[in-house]
Write a protein that binds this ligand. Structure first.
Ligand SMILES: C[S@@+](CC[C@H](N)C(=O)[O-])C[C@H]1O[C@@H](n2cnc3c(N)ncnc32)[C@H](O)[C@@H]1O
Length: 206
């Protein structure tokens, strides 16, 4: 029962637990994935960078510590995550560098080709349609812009009983195929490990 409750919170954070715990839990538990993603992004001062599914905001903070003359945008489908991030990051929003939106990967609220780089960490499991989300990321990147997509491996997730009707786990090959279908090229994949799991970092170019 507790497992089911927690699993539902991960899909759709609600109430006080959703507000005060889930984002912090993700920030801590996914730290290595976010740190590696940040390294692979090679963020520059004047970049325009999008993060999809920012959760507790760990990676967003790292990105705008570098990007002061460009723009950083984050989308997350969860109203609670967006509300919490807006509170925590108010000064960066007010300074005009950070833009947060409550929306889904599958319907990004941006015009075509407006980002240099995009990233997403451990979010694809919850997307309702992986390929539709990747097509959207592709659309909003400029030509030669790139996407860093990081996710925990299917075997690890299955071992931990990470299952819920709102969650879908992916083998690396399925993600690579969906990226190709969305139009990405020069796709490379690296595997890494932290104390909790094996994860994949994929880099794909528009
Ligand atoms: C496991 S958390 C990861 C958060 C953060 N990226 C991290 O690594 O700590 C997944 C995040 O993706 C968001 N999410 C789920 N489905 C989404 C979708 N379709 N579009 C955008 N964000 C989504 C969730 O609300 C949640 O904040």
């Amino acid at each position: 029962m507790i497992k089911k409750y927690l699993s539902n919170q991960l899909v759709r954070p609600t109430g006080l637990v959703g507000k005060h715990l889930i984002g912090r839990l993700w920030n801590r538990h996914n730290r290595a994935l976010n740190e590696s993603t940040f390294v692979h992004l090679h963020a520059l001062n004047n970049d325009r960078i999008l993060e999809v599914g920012f959760g507790g905001g760990y990676l967003l903070k790292k990105i705008f510590s570098v990007v002061s003359a460009g723009a950083v945008a984050g989308v997350d489908v969860s109203p609670i995550m967006v509300e919490q991030a807006r509170k925590k990051l108010r000064k960066h929003i007010d300074s005009g560098v950070l833009h947060l939106h409550q929306s889904a990967a599958e319907h990004l609220p941006f015009s075509a080709a407006c980002f240099d780089k995009a990233c997403s960490v451990n979010s694809i499991f919850y997307w309702t349609d992986l390929t539709a989300g990747l097509i959207e990321v592709y659309r909003v990147l400029r030509i030669n812009g790139f996407f860093v997509l990081t996710f925990t491996g299917k075997a690890d997730l299955n071992k931990r009983g990470f299952s819920n009707p709102g969650i879908r786990t992916y083998a690396n090959e399925e993600v690579l195929a969906a990226l190709r279908q969305a139009g990405f090229r020069y796709i490379t994949i690296e595997q890494a490990q932290d104390a909790h799991r094996t994860f994949a970092m994929v880099k794909a170019v528009k």
